[in-house]
Design a protein around this ligand. Structure first.
Ligand SMILES: N[C@@H](CCC(=O)N[C@@H](CS)C(=O)NCC(=O)O)C(=O)O
Length: 350
């Protein structure tokens, strides 16, 4: 059998679903890094009407067939490469499992992605370039490219509007429901590992990096179930580049108490940030409209996606305006979004 080609951004949790499936089924595969801002070698062979979002697979064993959308890929792999020991969509449950996976892709997958990016942008925006390009840091160039990508990601995924879009509340409600789904059970459906378990664990993984959810005692059963599934059914998984870089960043010693004290009494900085946050909110308050890039489908056979249309600036002035706007959001709105999560943690512990 020839290796299946997986087009990927290695830190994507939708890609992780497919990587896990390929490994669970012990299928040979190779990976190609997806180029977000340009052409990806190999994808010129793909049908022009195919959605160019990863994961995408190309199967050289089946006339180089291309498939996109993680759940559709899982269905394809299960239909073509299953034996009695590794079926992910058992016939009797197939439609129920497909619906469950697509619902998770359209909700948990999207919420966790926005919250994961918010956490990353707040902790260390400069590692974003390394994560997306999958190359190690090359100094200032990487720093500026990282900042440019932060601006594009903020715009495409509305990271600066997480609070306004009530993503915390939607995630909390969903996690409460999912915790009930797994409570007291080994697996979600019929005492066997299925695509639903794999999808839930792959998508909830990003929230392990978001302390507000991961440390919340209400969801411990869900995160313990995640750990159990990984240990049993994905024992060789290696931490993604994003996870490794974030962990490294968190290992850095925290600022000394004296430095923290100085930061707190730095009234000039406080006033500057306070007023700039207000000004940025006021100046850019008009972009509350949501404009989806991908058709919101009603057929229920494909997941919904929440990427926004970003009007690419056509003039130099337009480009400068775009980057100033989202750089301001990075500096002033993102910390404000994280502060509202911190306040929720504080009110939880009181
Ligand atoms: N519902 C799709 C989601 C695919 C998706 O949004 N992929 C993102 C990575 S997480 C992507 O390709 N982003 C690249 C871009 O926005 O250009 C699936 O399940 O595969």
């Amino acid at each position: 059998m020839q290796p299946i080609i997986l087009y990927q951004i290695s830190s994507s949790h939708f890609v992780d679903k497919v990587r896990w499936t390929l490994e669970y089924k012990r299928l040979p595969y190779t990976t190609v890094a997806f180029n977000v801002l340009g052409n990806t070698p190999g994808l010129e062979r793909a049908p022009s009407n195919m959605q160019k979002l990863v994961p995408i697979i190309e199967d050289p064993n089946n006339n180089n067939k291309f498939i996109s959308d993680s759940t559709q890929i899982l269905i394809y792999l299960d239909e073509h490469y299953s034996d009695a020991t590794n079926q992910l969509f058992p016939i009797a449950l197939k439609q129920q499992l497909i619906n469950y996976c697509i619902r998770l892709d359209s909700s948990l997958g999207l919420y966790a992605r926005r919250l994961g990016y918010l956490q990353l942008l707040n902790e260390n925006p400069t590692i974003l370039n390394v994560i997306i390009e999958e190359r190690s840091d090359d100094g200032w160039k990487s720093y500026f490219k990282g900042i440019a990508k932060c601006c594009i990601i903020i715009a495409r995924l509305r990271i600066h509007r997480i609070k306004e879009d009530q993503i915390y509340e939607k995630t909390e409600n969903l996690l409460t429901e999912l915790t009930e789904d797994v409570r007291g059970k080994e697996y979600l459906f019929s005492n066997q590992f299925t695509a639903a378990d794999l999808t839930l664990c792959a998508l909830v993984r990003l929230l392990v990096g978001v302390p507000y959810f991961y440390t919340n005692p209400k969801y411990q059963i869900l995160f313990q179930y995640h750990d159990r599934m990984r240990k049993k059914h994905d024992p060789h998984r290696q931490a993604s580049l994003a996870e490794r870089l974030l962990a490294e960043n968190r290992r850095k010693p925290p600022p000394s108490k004296f430095k923290l004290f100085l930061q707190r009494i730095n009234i000039v900085k406080f006033i500057f940030y306070y007023f700039m946050t207000k000004i940025v909110n006021w100046v850019y308050s008009g972009d509350n409209e949501q404009r989806y890039q991908f058709e919101q489908n009603s057929s229920n056979s494909r997941a919904i996606n929440d990427q926004q249309i970003v009007d690419t600036p056509t003039t130099c002035l337009g480009a400068i305006g775009f980057f100033i706007k989202y750089y301001c959001h990075l500096l002033f709105t993102i910390p404000q979004q994280i502060r509202s999560l911190d306040q929720k943690i504080t009110s939880r512990t009181m």
